[in-house]
Write a protein that binds this ligand. Structure first.
Ligand code: ASP
Length: 590
């Protein structure tokens, strides 16, 4: 006997009187006066089973896997379930084949009880058994991949797989390393991106490449980050930035239309500088205003020590004066969690300022402040002062927080923006990792803001190393609703420029040859001008499915700290594996 002759959700009013065979899992039991009602569930949905025979009913144990034979009937008037597609019919069971039994599950699947995430992930295969939630997100993700492949193939791209055991491909994170048993003391790195290989494919003449690529970055724990993640990776030859952005926009517009029926208007652009000064972020959320106001000039003569700074800025919280004192205290804690000493504030009430800052500034400043920031009676003004980058970042975060608290963000809106004209370099700091150099070099001053293979803008080619702080990159980032979903650049296709960039990053000629000789060599053999982009595929899947976390769009995700609750990885290895893998071996001297 066949396990099934149709899927569960395919039965309908057209099947009345017909015998059907369904296979799936037993979902729920209700007993009513000698009749037992069950749900049967498969990937397609649910259907109601009606069992009059107690012996048959006892075969149907919750979450066991069964094949049932029965006759489709109309549900009695009044007992239809309009919430499910099969809700007008039910199957009167005549036979049950038990395919496998299930122990009592660690959590109930079909009732919306809160189950802690660690348990759900430990038994992810049960979690995914219910068709909604992460399982439906994974189905949409499969369509996302298919639409993308069809689109790019039609546009003349070639899909190519690149290695995942390789040398370091620096993207600003640490590498995951794999010991090479056959070369004791030597290690592969897992790619942080396919960056170098896709560039080599352009040197090879492939012209347009894409890959749905797994990437690996060993970064410190941050909420909702996965150590391995997926990018849609793209590279094109004979292009300028405009060409790549147009291609990307066409793709994204198609995906939003096909998958969620949303029309994306032509995507506006903002320079990195403007994004930072107006929104305090390189990924501005454009769904609301509340822009940062630069008060450096306004406070240039201030007696208030805190505001005698390289940068003073503010944002206005409309109606914020009504917050009780303890709310302002809570803002201080909020700022401290972000590493700032606090968040200075004043309120505007009946034309006068109050709050701790008000006493410290001059009378003229007190008189002019509300007008300078455009604040009205009843508003609060928050300030940040100091080093411009971090002060703006704090105000940018406060802006988003205020936007949420005041309900200024329309959650159903999609606001895309390209951020262009980013700097080539940024100073190395606690958060910005330098390109790794050998111990004898001192820590480099500069790191690549995008990655070390990004070309300077044409007017910076001759001088980027003279003034690295100001040099602009030929790079572009695609941002939606405050998250970065893609980023790319035009690449360096001249080995002497590449060597100079390495020098700014603290990698001398010898080391560059040692680490990236294969790239520098390739750039000596007629490389075409080329550029590309990579999209954060997990994030895009998360946005398109309105999921709350990246974990919801990944079949077997890791939790914080890169732990996999299902397999228990990472796990200690045995002494023997340690020896065989050569974990402790010293590299052979050349
Ligand atoms: N490889 C880059 C990244 O992973 C993307 C690109 O420049 O195409 O961010």
């Amino acid at each position: 006997m066949a396990y099934r002759d149709r899927t569960v959700a395919s039965i309908s009013g057209e099947d009345i009187g017909r015998e059907v065979v369904l296979a799936g899992w037993v979902a729920r039991r209700r007993d009513h006066g000698g009749v037992a009602f069950f749900d049967i569930r498969d990937f397609s949905g649910l259907a109601q089973l009606v069992v009059h025979d107690e012996e048959l009913a006892n075969q149907l144990r919750i979450e066991s896997c069964v094949s049932v034979t029965g006759v489709v009937k109309t549900r009695p008037a009044g007992s239809e379930n309009t919430k499910i597609p099969t809700g007008a019919v039910e199957v009167w069971v005549t036979g049950v084949q038990r395919l496998s039994d299930a122990k009592t599950l660690p959590f109930v699947l079909d009732e919306h009880v809160n189950v802690n995430e660690e348990t759900r992930l430990r038994y992810r295969y049960l979690d995914l058994r219910r068709p909604e939630g992460p399982a439906s997100a994974l189905r949409l993700r499969s369509r996302l991949n298919q639409l993308t492949r069809n689109h790019l193939l039609a546009e003349g791209f070639t899909e190519i797989e690149t290695p995942t055991m390789t040398r370091s491909t620096p993207e600003g994170a640490r590498d995951f390393l794999v010991p090479a048993r056959l070369h004791p003391g030597s290690w592969y790195a897992l790619p942080q991106s396919p960056q170098l290989f896709k560039q080599l494919l352009m040197v090879a003449g492939f012209d347009k490449y894409f890959q749905i690529a797994r990437c690996y970055r060993d970064e410190d724990f941050r909420a909702d980050r996965q150590p391995e993640f997926t990018q849609l990776d793209i590279e094109m030859s004979f292009v300028v930035a405009e060409d790549v952005m147009n291609m990307a926009e066409k793709l994204i517009t198609m995906l939003w239309r096909e998958l969620i029926g949303v029309t994306i208007e032509p995507i506006p652009r903002i320079t990195y500088q403007d994004a930072m000064s107006r929104f305090g972020s390189d990924k501005p959320d454009m769904r609301f205003g509340l822009e940062l106001i630069d008060l450096t000039e306004f406070f240039s003569q201030t007696p208030f020590r805190v505001f005698q700074a390289e940068y003073v800025g503010a944002i206005v919280m409309p109606g914020g004066a009504a917050q009780p004192r303890r709310a302002f205290d809570a803002w201080q804690d909020w700022a401290k969690e972000r590493g700032a000493p606090g968040l200075a504030w004043v309120t505007v009430e009946e034309g006068a300022l109050s709050g701790p800052v008000a006493k410290n500034i001059s009378e003229a400043e007190r008189d002019g402040l509300a007008a300078a920031v455009g604040a009205n009676d009843g508003d609060a003004i928050f300030f940040a002062a100091g080093e411009p980058r971090s002060a703006r970042a704090l105000l940018g975060a406060a802006r988003v927080e205020v936007g949420h608290r005041l309900g200024l963000i329309n959650e159903s809106e999609w606001k895309f923006i390209w951020v262009v004209d980013a700097p080539m370099f940024e100073p190395v700091s606690d958060e910005v990792v330098a390109l790794e150099v050998s111990a004898k070099n001192k820590t480099p001053t500069w790191a690549a803001a995008h990655h070390p293979f990004t070309a300077p803008q044409a007017e910076w080619v001759s001088d980027f190393d003279v003034d690295p702080a100001k040099a602009l990159a030929s790079a572009y980032d695609l941002v939606v609703n405050g998250s970065e979903i893609g980023g790319g650049s035009i690449r360096i296709h001249d080995s002497s420029v590449q060597t100079r960039v390495f020098e700014v990053l603290g990698v001398g000629r010898e080391q560059a040859k040692e680490k990236f000789g294969f790239l520098l060599d390739a750039l000596e053999f007629g490389p075409p001008p080329h550029g590309g982009i990579a999209f954060g595929w997990d994030r895009i899947a998360m946005l398109l499915t309105a999921s709350k976390s990246l974990r919801d769009v990944i079949a077997f995700p890791k939790t914080g700290g890169g732990f996999d609750p299902l397999t228990g990885a990472p796990n200690p290895i045995s002494e023997r594996q340690r020896k065989e893998a050569g974990v402790d071996a010293k590299p052979r001297a050349n």
